[in-house]
Write a protein that binds this ligand. Structure first.
Ligand code: LCS
Length: 402
């Protein structure tokens, strides 16, 4: 079925559904196989030479992974996608495909902790330099780009503090400074339902599918979406030779199931998060709240321009008016909000970035990007918002504010 002109909700369910083989199952069966049979040696050779399309080995292709990748590519408005074993697998497989010693990356200073560690610890060991700059400053981005810059890299809404990067501005500045630079955007926090970076000038979009796209806290996966030509290069270089970070058929099946409700879940995550953010913003024990849906958020207008479907995401971060120890006590006493990293699950999760997801930054480096040891990050779930708020309120009211 050609779903090209159909709506988001239809495409998240029907885009890229493979033709049934034999009896017509409603759900795509799990192709739980590592390898595929060739009819003869000529066919095997033609497939390896990429002269004939068809399956070879699950590290390269698998029907379940392809269904998910093509569907996400459709929702992102990209030509093609590639599903991988994790978000970090998708990031490394993509970046390594076109990078060599001597090259550099210009990246936003606020990143998911493991991306930051990749950029500041791992890549420099391989002779690749990473310049971290504040991506709200166009002059700083332009000044950091030179003839050796391969990628300009940022997150749509930053982990953990929800700064919204203006992808139109960043892409324009990057391509003006160096036309062949690849603008790579990690769109995990927004999902394609809220933002489609390719439309705003990005060249490559990456997701940790572990989060909203799967949405049920039971799979680790990643995806990259870009042109069909680049996807083929990532597949046969970055993924096949360099990382081997291929997706697993069973995981793809679960993601396919989860994605059918992406829009419904996102609407609820967004509505709940806005209520929670407004509550936190009004509480005397809270120093400040990071949520792009609040009118006082520094990039509220950028979010209004870039985000679709009227939502601002499900993650809310907030800083308490107390020290690190009291912040820990607050979290440990919560009943409904569950202490765990990750995000995008039905269950509301809360974590302490400085000692958990962002412990790859030094305390000083965190301070430079405005993240303190009293900051908490919540992934607001799908429960009744009033129950989440009641859980927070009971513990916030106990904090003595001087
Ligand atoms: N990009 C972003 C923005 C992320 O938040 C994460 C994981 C990744 C990439 C990596 O994806 P993964 O390999 O885990 O699928 N973020 C996590 C977090 O904030 N808490 O736990 C994991």
């Amino acid at each position: 079925m050609n779903t090209k002109d159909m709506g988001f909700s239809t495409r998240q369910i029907h885009a890229a559904r493979p033709e049934p083989i034999g009896p017509a199952p409603l759900a795509t069966p799990i192709y739980q196989t590592s390898t595929y049979i060739f009819e003869n040696t000529a066919q095997g050779a033609a497939r390896f030479a990429l002269e004939e399309p068809g399956y070879i080995y699950t590290r390269l292709h698998n029907p379940n992974g392809e269904e998910v990748a093509e569907r996400i590519a459709d929702l992102e408005g990209g030509e093609a996608g590639l599903l991988m074993s994790s978000g970090m697998g998708a990031i490394t497989s993509t970046l390594w495909t076109w990078m060599q010693a001597g090259d550099n990356i210009v990246a936003d200073a606020t990143l998911y902790g493991c991306t930051y560690a990749l950029f500041t610890e791992a890549l420099p060991r391989l002779g690749i330099t990473v310049h971290l700059v504040d991506f709200t400053d166009p002059k700083a981005i332009a000044a950091a780009i030179d003839s050796k810059t391969r990628y300009v890299y940022c997150e749509t809404a930053t982990n953990p503090d929800l700064k919204v990067n203006d992808i139109d501005m960043i892409s324009k500045v990057a391509h003006e400074a160096k036309p062949d630079v690849l603008v790579v955007v990690d769109n995990t926090f927004t999902s394609p339902y809220l933002c489609r970076p390719l439309k705003h000038g990005a060249d490559i979009v990456i997701h940790s599918v572990t989060k909203y796209l799967n949405g049920h806290g039971d799979v680790i996966a990643g995806v990259v979406v870009t042109t069909a030509e680049r996807i083929q290069q990532i597949r046969v270089i970055g993924m096949k030779y360099m990382t081997g970070a291929c997706s697993a058929p069973m995981d793809s099946f679960l993601i396919c199931r989860g994605m059918k409700t992406l829009d419904i879940r996102m609407d609820r995550h967004c509505a709940n998060a806005l209520k929670v953010a407004r509550f936190l913003d009004s509480h005397p024990a809270v120093n400040h709240v990071c949520y792009p849906g609040l009118e006082n958020h520094p990039q509220h207008e950028v979010a209004n321009r870039m985000f679709e479907h009227g939502g601002y995401g499900g993650v809310v971060s907030f800083e308490l008016k107390c020290n690190k120890e009291r912040t820990s006590e607050f979290v440990n006493n919560l009943k409904l909000c569950t202490l765990a990293v990750s995000l995008g699950d039905a269950i509301t999760l809360i974590e302490h970035p400085a000692s958990m997801t962002h412990n790859t930054y030094t305390v000083e480096a965190l301070k430079e990007i405005g993240i303190s040891e009293s900051l908490l990050r919540m992934s607001v779930g799908l429960e009744d918002a009033d129950d989440i708020i009641a859980d927070l309120k009971a513990e916030l009211d106990k904090i003595e504010v001087k």
